[in-house]
Structure formats: structure tokens, C-alpha cells
Write a protein that binds this ligand. Structure first.
Ligand code: CUA
Length: 345
């Protein structure tokens, strides 16, 4: 290879490394930021890209160059390469540079981690429990248990995460934070949401057949809405919003109950296992709910709180979680039954 070609090749590879690295840093990898913490996490990620993407480009270019330059030129081309025995200078360079980069990134990531895990003043403590296939939440100081995660904007949050069955992973992509929910161990994450809105909560640990349906919502609401929700004893946020619409809390009756029930159905992961077209649910683990509306409310309620008492033909005992009677509040349960009566015709 001519010397001028070699120089041109090096220039092209360096330019490509700079361009690809720039592109990877500029690319919008993540959903909206909702707290100051996630900005720090995004910076770590950017520096990781800057520290690794150039090497990726250079190494791939070197492989491509060698594939072309040293390829066999015909059937009877069985030449060997020139015998080489190491290069101390090269080995020192390619050991020292990556070591320094890895140590630097490690120290930086450790500093950010210490920072985002630090205790904040006036934290709202929330116990998070993972269960096949839904999350449930408890606010110990407010004495509230709920299936909908509602938090006031601007308040520092401390999540205490655990599981009652298998390993799940609690992940709020908009806050960049995830932590395994492990039976018998309580782990923490902290952040302070500063943006109003509804954000997904997902499970990122394959935890069983309904794993993909283990999705709920984090509602970041104004302080006044949060206070109202607390006063109502938790439960579904839709209830509060209806009341805000003009005090029709007692008037709407059955229709309101059924609408709230749909939300209870969704937040408890029922659709992961059952078919119910009205809720867009197509789970195949348990029996279909089409036709359940013909049953009496008391019968439907028993099927939810005591699922093993009478198992449908072709299905086994012990598959449906037996503790919905405790994890769903009385009011939500009544709404869920009203909804199933209406939607399960
Ligand atoms: Cu729980 Cu995946």
C-alpha cells in the first residue's frame, strides 16, 4: 500500500470516529427528563459513549482494512504474513489508555451514584411491591395502600422496593432509574419529579408469562390534586378528576363505578392473564372474562378474592395470586366487580 493511501485511510477513519461519536452523543436515546437526577445519569451515558464509540469505529475499520489488504488473491495464494514478535510500545499504549479511560469513567459514575442515592430532606416514602403481574404501592406515613402511583410534583421521593414472589425490576424510564425487586430484600431509589404528567412504570426482569403486561403509570400531579387524592384514601386518580369536574361524585352512580373499575382492572395487571375486549386484554393464562357479566356481583367478587375456591375447567389452582382481597381496597374491588358486570357481557 502506498504511503499516501495509508495517510488518507487514517484521516478517513479518524473523521468517521469523530462523526459517529458525535452522532451517538447527539442522538435522542431516552424519553423526557422528569427530575434533576436523570440529567446526571444522561451525562454519564454521554461520557460512556465518548469513551467507547471511537474505539469501536477504529477497531471495526482495522478489521475491514485487514480483511481487504491481506485477503488471498487466488486459489493457489498460500503466502504467509511476515513473522512478527510483539511491540512493547504498542502494548504499553493499548493497555494504558483504556485503563485510564475505564478508571476515569468508573470514578465519575461512582460520584454520580453517590450523589443520586443521597438522602433528601422531607422525602415521601413509598413502599413498592412487585408481584406477578402488577406493582402495588403503600405510603406508610400517609397510611395508604394503592395500585396507582400518585405523587406531588417537586417532592423528593424515596422508593423502598421489594417483591413477594419472584425477582422483578422496578423501572421508571423517564427518571432513568431501575432497581430489582427481590423477595426478602428492600432496595431503594430516590428522585424528585419536577414535571407534571403521566409516565410509564415497567418491569424489566423476565418474571413469568405475564411479564410484558406488568406496566403501570406514575402520575406526577399538582400538590392540591395530591392532597385531594390523599383525602380520598388513595385508589384511582380518575375518581378525583371526576370530582374536580363539578361535584358529581354521588350523581354518576354505576357509570362512574364502572369507569373506575376499568382503571382497577388495568393497574392490577388482570389483562395479562384474561381476555376482555373492552379493556383490550387478550391474556391466555386464565379463563376468558367474556360472559362473566352474567354472574352475580358476589360470585364475581369471590372469583377475585378467592380464586382457588372454584377453578374453571382446564385451568389449575395456584396460578392466580390469592391476595387481591388484601391488595385491592374494598371500594376499588366494588368498582372492578361493577366494571366486569358491564364489560364482561
Ligand atoms: Cu415483573 Cu417482569
Amino acid at each position: 500500500m502506498k504511503k499516501s493511501h495509508r495517510i488518507l485511510g487514517i484521516v478517513v477513519v479518524v473523521a468517521a470516529a469523530v462523526l459517529v461519536t458525535w452522532g451517538s452523543v447527539e442522538f435522542d436515546w431516552f424519553p423526557d427528563l422528569i427530575s434533576p437526577v436523570d440529567g446526571k445519569i444522561d451525562s454519564v451515558y454521554k461520557w460512556l459513549l465518548i469513551g467507547s464509540v471511537p474505539f469501536f469505529v477504529i477497531i471495526v475499520a482495522a478489521i475491514a482494512f485487514m480483511l481487504i489488504e491481506f485477503r488471498a488473491t487466488g486459489e493457489d495464494d498460500d503466502r504467509d504474513g511476515a513473522p512478527l514478535h510483539g511491540s512493547t510500545l504498542l502494548e504499553i499504549i493499548w493497555t494504558t489508555i483504556p485503563t485510564l479511560i475505564v478508571i476515569g469513567l468508573g470514578i465519575y459514575a461512582w460520584m454520580v451514584l453517590t450523589d443520586i442515592e443521597a438522602k433528601q430532606p422531607n422525602e415521601l416514602k413509598i413502599d413498592v411491591v412487585g408481584q406477578q403481574f402488577a406493582w402495588s404501592f403503600a405510603y406508610p406515613e400517609e397510611k395508604i395502600k394503592t395500585n396507582e402511583l400518585v405523587v406531588p410534583v417537586g417532592r423528593a421521593l424515596q422508593f423502598n422496593i421489594t417483591s413477594v414472589d419472584v425477582v422483578h425490576s422496578f423501572f421508571v424510564p423517564n427518571a432513568r432509574l431501575k432497581r430489582d425487586a427481590t423477595p426478602g430484600i428492600v432496595k431503594h431509589i430516590r428522585f424528585r419529579p419536577t414535571k407534571l404528567g403521566d409516565y410509564p412504570i415497567v418491569c424489566t426482569e423476565l418474571c413469568g408469562i405475564g411479564h410484558a403486561t406488568m406496566r403501570q403509570t406514575l402520575h406526577v400531579v399538582p400538590k392540591a390534586t395530591y392532597a385531594k387524592w390523599l383525602k380520598a384514601g388513595g385508589g384511582t386518580l380518575a375518581k378525583i378528576k371526576d370530582q374536580a369536574g363539578g361535584g358529581k361524585a354521588t350523581g354518576g352512580g354505576e357509570a362512574d363505578a364502572a369507569a373506575a373499575g376499568k382503571s382497577v382492572f388495568n393497574t392490577n395487571g388482570c389483562g395479562g392473564c384474561h381476555v376482555l375486549p373492552d379493556a383490550g386484554a387478550a391474556g391466555k393464562i386464565g379463563p376468558t372474562l367474556v360472559g362473566i357479566g352474567k354472574l352475580k356481583p358476589a360470585q364475581i367478587e369471590e372469583m377475585i378474592v378467592d380464586p382457588d375456591a372454584d377453578v374453571a375447567k382446564g385451568y389449575s389452582k395456584g396460578v392466580m395470586p390469592p391476595n387481591f382481597g388484601e391488595s385491592i381496597s374494598k371500594e376499588d374491588l366494588a368498582a372492578l366487580v361493577a366494571y366486569l358486570q358491564q364489560a364482561g357481557k
